[in-house]
Design a protein around this ligand. Structure first.
Ligand SMILES: [Zn+2]
Length: 276
């Protein structure tokens, strides 16, 4: 169902959301940001009302990662009926021009397995190798949506007093199923209170829990038939005592700078060697 874009009173929005939710309010809001970014949706038809306060630094630096994610979502989307060739070609040239480090590689050896794209420990056979830079971009994308949803639900900023955990996997894989199971376990262990389903069609849905007294926020997100993500933001101190010490929430700007520093320089040289 086509929807007309929401009219937003810019001044009123900024007045009631004066600080950027992607750098813990360090900088003032100068832009109204869409999260997830519209580019990841078919014909840029993102869900309505997913508007967040952003400074221009955080907003700009995330742009490349959002382009990378848009390419991978369209590439891995199992409900391919929505694939528009012209739109896809735009994404491909955007990827090649703006993030050549994130272009998928041929596999190190022929494999008959499913194309499998995951974060962390679950990798198995695959037909495409996703370079580490692409994973870094996908993580930044996920982190940004996680911060936005955290802000939306709790009214708080993710920052140096909180830690985060973020896992993601290609939809429909064993990795995704394992992740779902792990997420359920997590929810149970921490007795996250409210659990609501917010379904925005097959393009984007999320399922979250927030325990107000303990300050833990958990969310499962799915992007088209392509990716599932599980993210947690919690208070830094108790989270530091968990088995895996999760990192403090960095600002999106810092995260983007790090990606640029690590991968951006290699662009002019020869293609980075992939271990494999
Ligand atoms: Zn910011």
């Amino acid at each position: 169902m086509a929807k007309t874009p929401q009219k937003v009173d810019r001044a009123a929005f900024i007045a009631s959301n004066p600080r950027c939710c992607y750098c813990a309010g360090r900088r003032p809001t100068t832009e109204i940001d869409h999260a997830p970014a519209r580019i990841v949706f078919i014909k840029k038809h993102g869900p309505e009302g997913f508007l967040f306060p952003s400074c221009s630094e955080c907003n700009r630096i995330a742009g490349v990662s959002e382009q990378v994610m848009a390419f991978y979502i369209r590439s891995f989307d199992r409900s391919a009926c929505g694939l528009d060739e012209a739109e896809f070609e735009k994404l491909v040239s955007g990827l090649v021009n703006n993030a050549p480090e994130a272009v998928p590689r041929m596999p190190p050896r022929p494999s008959s397995g499913l194309a499998l794209l995951t974060h962390g420990i679950y990798e198995a056979d695959r037909t495409t190798t996703v370079p580490p830079a692409a994973k870094a971009h996908i993580e930044l994308f996920g982190l940004k949506v996680l911060y936005a949803l955290y802000y939306r639900v709790t009214g708080r900023f993710a920052g140096s007093s909180t830690r985060y955990l973020l896992n993601w996997a290609q939809a429909g894989t064993d990795a995704a199923r394992l992740m779902h199971a792990a997420a359920d376990k997590w929810f149970n262990e921490h007795e996250v209170g409210k659990r609501r389903n917010v379904d925005l069609g097959d393009q984007f849905s999320f399922h979250y829990g927030y325990h107000e007294a303990h300050g833990f926020f958990g969310v499962r997100m799915s992007f088209a038939g392509a990716f599932v993500m599980f993210g947690v933001i919690g208070p830094a101190r108790p989270m530091a005592k968990l088995k895996n010490r999760d990192p403090l929430c960095p600002s999106i700007y810092e995260t983007g700078k790090r990606i640029k520093k690590q991968w951006g320089k290699r662009r002019r040289g020869s293609a980075p060697a992939l271990s494999g």
